[in-house]
Design a binder for this molecule. Structure first.
Ligand SMILES: [Cu+2]
Length: 378
């Protein structure tokens, strides 16, 4: 779908959102309430708090497919009961999963080199409060615990999550998308299941290769910015500058600089006159500097092009186009370093017994100046 069909696709999503699917809504006592009547096979809508008058809400459109897994094809946020739905995501997904083994080979691209299906979801996956959509996707609404404290006053946050599991031969990848009541989006990949047969003790990496097409209040007028912290002496400063001088390119994360990419809408402002934006915050334990060109940077930003969807040729997309006041796409590599341990399993004779416990990486997309004040604060 190309972007000039935005209005058409939006109307389709509205219609789809009215298709009620109530068959799978067996819901245990004490569970947060699903927003009624707004769930179909490819759209979920959720108000927050789930029980009580609506303060914020998410509408999320998604899809699943062999060789692609679970992915988001649209997300809209409502930051107040009388506020309009505002588009946040056009599309967000794992463009690929890159798995190089320490000896140098194999080097798998688990989405583009294979045709791995999703695993059928089970009642245990869904739990007492979950819902299974399309046989593959788990839809849950749950407490996320304390969202703020002020002495004896406390706010309890909630989140909507969608997840599914890719059956990547011996391995399983959990693809999880979380939409919090405060506008935060969490993108996660979880790696688990059986280590590579005949190489059970060989260390390797699982890299989530994310492509995030954020269209903040629509696809026009978005700028990518580089956020950086500096502390040369006793005084520290923070800076926000045009990403790569305002044109396409890549950047390495420097943990001493708290490197982030921000996407800011240059037109839409909050009540204080500040432009709305989102911070792209990495969630990882190290830097994956594999030999491939795409792995030399942690974030890439390109101008949106319909044909540009393949992570491992991303350097070929970088050709000087503006990422200021434009339609931008943020790409991010989130690594998992897997050095096998006995907790992954062991041999009984010639057969492996056990699985690697799930490991997570990804990134958070957090609003900045989207609200006018603390969300969900009385
Ligand atoms: Cu592994």
């Amino acid at each position: 779908m190309i972007k000039r069909r935005t209005i058409v696709s939006y109307l389709i999503s509205l219609v789809a959102g009215l298709v009620i699917s109530s068959a799978a809504f067996a819901h245990g006592p004490g569970c947060p309430a699903f927003a009624p009547g707004q769930t179909s096979s490819n759209v979920v809508e959720q108000q927050f708090p789930p029980n009580g008058p609506m303060e914020t809400a998410w509408r999320v459109r998604f899809a699943n497919a062999t060789a692609k897994g679970l992915y988001i094809t649209g997300a809209w946020f409502k930051k107040g009961p009388s506020e309009p739905w505002m588009r946040v995501l056009w599309d967000a997904r794992l463009a690929d999963i890159f798995v190089p083994y320490h000896p140098g080979s194999p080097r798998y691209y688990d989405l583009t080199n294979f045709s791995f299906p999703l695993v059928n979801a089970t009642a245990l996956d869904a739990g007492a409060c979950g819902n299974i959509i399309d046989g593959k996707v788990i839809h849950q609404v749950s407490s996320r615990g304390v969202s703020w404290k002020d002495d004896t006053a406390v706010g309890i946050g909630h989140e909507l999550s969608l997840w599914a599991t890719l059956d990547s031969a011996n391995y399983n990848y959990i693809m999880r998308y979380v939409f919090q009541d405060d506008g935060t989006i969490k993108l996660r990949i979880g790696a688990t299941s059986r280590n590579l047969p005949y190489s059970e003790y060989t260390a390797h990496m699982h890299n989530g290769l994310w492509r995030i097409d954020m269209d903040l209040n629509g696809f026009r007028n978005d700028s990518a910015l580089l956020y950086s912290h500096s502390e040369p002496g006793i005084a520290a400063t923070d800076s926000l500058t045009p990403f790569n001088g305002g044109v396409e390119g890549g950047v390495e994360i420097d943990h001493e600089k708290f490197t982030e990419v921000h996407v800011r809408d240059e037109v839409t402002k909050n009540a204080h006159g500040r432009n709305i934006s989102y911070e792209f915050k990495p969630v990882r334990f190290g830097a994956p500097r594999h030999s491939e060109a795409f792995a030399q940077e942690d974030f890439w930003v390109t101008r949106y092009r319909y044909s540009e969807k393949t992570y491992d040729v991303i350097d070929s997309y970088v050709n000087g186009e503006s990422v200021t006041n434009n339609d931008v796409v943020v790409w991010h590599i989130s690594p998992l370093h897997h050095d096998p341990r006995d907790e992954d399993g062991y041999f009984i004779g010639n057969s492996w017994h056990g699985v690697a416990l799930v490991m997570w990486s990804g990134l958070d997309l957090r609003p900045r100046n989207l609200f006018d004040a603390t969300p969900h604060f009385p």
